[in-house]
Design a protein around this ligand. Sequence first.
Ligand code: PMV
Length: 324
Amino acid sequence: MPKATSIAPTNIAFIKYMGRKDEALRLPENASVSMCLDHLLTTTTVEFSPTLTLDSITINGEQEDGEASRVIKHLDRIRKLAKIDHRAKVVSQNNFPTGTGLSSSSSGFAALTLAGCKAAGLDLNQRELSILARQGSGSACRSVPDGFVEWGDADTSEESYGKTIFAPDHWDIADVVAIVSTGRKTVKSSTAHQSVVDGPYYRTRINRMAEKVQRCKELILAKDFLSFGTLCEEEAMDLHVIFMSAGIIYLTPQSLELIKLVPQWRAEGLPVYFTLNTGQDVHLLCEKKDAKVVQDKLKGLDFVREVIVNEPGKGARMSAKHLF
Ligand code: PMV
C-alpha cells in the first residue's frame, strides 16, 4: 500500500473547549471557535505494510512509548474503517516545541487522520475526517477545515465536527506566540478535561458558553478587533480560573509577567490581547499591521525564548514530501 503524507496546522481557540459530556467519543460540553495557525505545523507520513509486525511511531525523531498507545488507538480506528489489519509505520514532525501549550495534539491528530486514511485507501470527506480526528484529540477536529472554525456542542458523534465559518483571508489578524519555556506541561489536557467538571465554577462557565460563542462569531464577522480581543482575554482568564479552582496551575512566573504587560502595551496605544491554553506559552492576538511591533516587543523580553507569528491558515492537506 502506498505511503501518504499530510500537513496540518495547530489551531488557537478564541472560545475554548474544556470538559466533555462523552469521554470516549470526546464530545465537548460546549461549542468552541478557533483559527488555524499558518506557521505551527505537523507533518506526518503513514504507511501500512503487511511486512510489519508492530506499529512503529516516531515523533520528532524519537521512537514513542508514552504517546504511542493513543496513536495506536487512532490507527485502530482507521484500520477498522478501512477493514485492513496491517501494522503501520508513522513518522511525525512538528516545526515547534511539543507539550508547552501550543496544541501539538490538534495538528498531530489532524495530520495523522488525513495521512492515515489516505494510506489505508479511504476517501473520507472533510466532515468525516474531522469527526475521526476529534476522537484522537478533541481540538484536532478544528485543524481539519480551513481558517476560522466552529465546533458545535452536538450530542452525537456524527454531528460533532469542526466547520469553516470564515475563510483564512476573511480577516487580517495575527496570533503572535511567545514561547516562555521549553519544559513540558505537567498536567495533560485530557486530565484537565476530567478534573475541571467537578470544580465550583465549572457550571457557571458552561451556562455562559453559548452566548460567548455567538458573540465571538458576530465580532469576527464585524471585524471588531477591540471587542473581540476583550472577549478572548476574558475567556482565557475564565479558563484558567476553572483550572486553578480544580488545583491545576499551568501559568509560570514568565507567563504571568507577560500577560501583565499586555494591558500596559494597550495603554501605550498598541491594540494587543492575550489568550492561553493548557500550558505556559502565551498567544498574543493583534491585527496583522501590528504584528511586527508585537514581535519586537516580545523579542525585547529576556524570558521569551522564541516568537512565532501566525496568520489565519489552511486546514489539513496532503503533501508530496514524505518523511521516510
Ligand atoms: O483537544 P485537547 O484535549 O488537547 O484540549 C484542548 C483544550 C484547550 O486547548 C485548552 C482549548 C481548546 O479549545 O483548544
